[in-house]
Structures are given as C-alpha cells and as structure tokens.
Design a protein around this ligand. Structure first.
Ligand code: ZN
Length: 319
C-alpha cells in the first residue's frame, strides 16, 4: 500500500489539500474548498477535516501517515496553537494542530504558511537541489521561509525567518509588529500601493490620481501599470520598494549565504518588471569582496506551494 502524507493549507479565501507519497511526489490532484472565514474557528476546522477526509476517500489504496497543516499566524509551533489570524476572525489561541489531527484521526503537525510555501518550492518548484533557499512572498504582507538542507529553519523559539520585519528604516512606517520601518511596510504589494495612494492624496501630481478618483483605492497593479506608462511618482514608489527589497536580500546574503532567493506571491506576477530591477539593485548593494553567488528566481508553484510544503513537513515529522 502506497504511503502518503496529507497537506492542508489554510488560507483566508481557500483551504487546499494534497497528498504526497514517500518520494514527495503528488498523488492525484490538489483539492480545495472555500474557507468559511466568517463562521468562526469551529466551521473552518470542520471544513479542513471534511476536505481532508474527502481527498483520502478518493484514494482508498493509500495509507496516510500524518497531516501537515500550513496556517497564517502568529503561531505557537511547539504547541500547535494559532495565536491569532488577521484575515480569519475567531482564531485566538486555537489548538489547530490537535483539533484537525483528532478530526482526521491522524498525527498532525503545524507549520507557518510562509515556511510551508518555501518548503513547497524546495520540494517541487524553483528550489530543487538548493542547499540554502530563502523564499519571500510579496502580497498583503511580506512572508518568508528559509530551507536549509531540506529542513525548515525555525530558530530557537519558532519565530525565526521573519524577513518582513527586518528594519530597513529607523523611525520609519509603523508596522503591525509594534516596530517601525519594517521591510514589509515598503516592499509588500499592499504597502507599496498604500504609499503611492498617500503621496497622491498629499497632492503629488500623478496619473494615479485619476485611478484613485475612479476606483477609490490604488492597487500595486495600478502602480506597476502607471510606472510602465511613464508616471514619475509610480516609478519612484515601485523603485523604492524594490531597492529596499534588494537591501533585505543582501542582508540575507550576508547572514545566510543562500544559493537561491525565490520571489513569490501576487506581486511576483510582475515578472521582469520586478526581477530585472531587483537583480540590479542586489548587484549594486552586494559587497565587493566576492561575486554575487545567490540566484534570484521567481517561484514556480503559485498557490500550490503551501499545500505541497505542508505535506512535505508532515513527511519530515512522521516518516
Ligand atoms: Zn514589523
């Protein structure tokens, strides 16, 4: 009988499911159900359990050894507890690992969603064969995960690899973590859009003023389009976001010496408009003692990275 581990990736909009076999290859297809985000933790956990059972029922020829859960945080990894979840209300101090595990009758492990995505890219995406991979996910915030020799880096207290909270500007923009000037307040899709909007609202001339008037909100895609059409303010905001992201990447190179930095999340859809200036800025800010050895690549798996990594983490724990 084919041994598998189940991965469940809990997102604000969808819950994804996948099975990985012993060679970390996917068995069948991924599955997904909408997240009942406004029905409370009980409904969300019930949907996770039901979806996991449904996927396993479609593969009666497998033996499932355990379930890996990828979840937004903050998390208490040692105890498998969700401390809180900005996008899904009602998740304060919920023992997600044990409740999903009990529902499925399987041993369970809980992993931060950004760490799971990094592990997913290592297993099946851009990171195959990488010795030290850093993944940065640019979206609502700036998520990150670090994989060393195929293992997730957690740090001594389970709160390591938070690249989004590297301080890049002392006394800078206030951050949800209680500090100021964190990288995610400059280089995530949400905050670069917010920066452009506040400059437009302060009276700076830009074609984005018309966008704001029509839609009521400037998005990172609006900023990119305006930048590519020659708008100076949009170019300035885009450029600064990428320059600071590059400084974050160079700091990672100084500390960790990665062979690969993978860029994912919604903003990665910008492709070369992101990667070309990012590589240039990383070259510019890289020290002159040795050539840049880290590659910077786009993520390959898109939304599947988290669920593959969650199942991969279950294999790491329950093999
Ligand atoms: Zn912060």
């Amino acid at each position: 009988m084919n041994k598998v581990c189940l991965g469940i990736d809990l997102g604000g909009t969808f819950i994804k499911f996948a099975l990985l076999d012993e060679t970390l290859r996917m068995v069948g297809e991924t599955a997904s159900v909408p997240t009942p985000a406004n029905q409370g933790a009980g409904a969300v956990i019930a949907a996770m359990v039901a979806g996991g059972k449904a996927l396993l029922a479609r593969h009666s020829d497998v033996k499932c050894l355990g379930v890996g859960i990828g979840s937004p945080g903050p998390l208490d990894l040692a105890n498998g507890v969700v401390i809180g979840m900005p996008n899904i209300p009602g998740f304060e101090n919920v023992p997600l690992r044990d409740r999903v595990g009990a529902g499925l009758g399987l041993p369970a492990t809980l992993e931060n969603d950004a760490n799971a995505a990094a592990l997913g890219e290592y297993i099946a995406g851009s990171g195959a064969g990488s010795k030290l991979l850093v993944m940065l996910t640019l979206g609502t915030g700036l998520g990150s995960g670090i994989i060393i020799d195929g293992k997730v880096l957690h740090g001594a207290h389970g709160i390591g690899a938070e690249v989004g909270h590297l301080i890049v500007e002392p006394d800078g923009e206030p951050c949800g973590c209680g500090q100021r000037g964190c990288l995610e307040r400059y280089s995530s899709a949400t905050y670069l859009a917010r920066r452009a909007q506040s400059l437009v609202e302060s009276g700076r001339a830009s074609s984005l003023a018309a966008v704001l008037k029509t839609t009521g909100q400037i998005t990172s895609l609006d900023v990119l389009r305006a930048r590519n059409a020659g708008d100076a303010l949009a170019a300035e905001v885009w450029d600064r976001a990428i320059h600071l992201l590059a400084i974050g990447c160079v700091s990672l190179c100084r500390v960790l010496d990665p062979d690969l930095i993978v860029i994912g999340g919604g903003m990665a859809k910008a492709g070369d408009d992101l990667m070309v200036p990012l590589r240039q800025y990383v070259q510019q800010e890289h020290w002159k003692l040795s050539k840049l050895a880290a590659r910077l690549e786009l993520a390959k798996l898109g939304n599947d990275a988290g669920v593959i990594g969650a199942a991969g983490q279950a294999w790491a724990v329950f093999h």
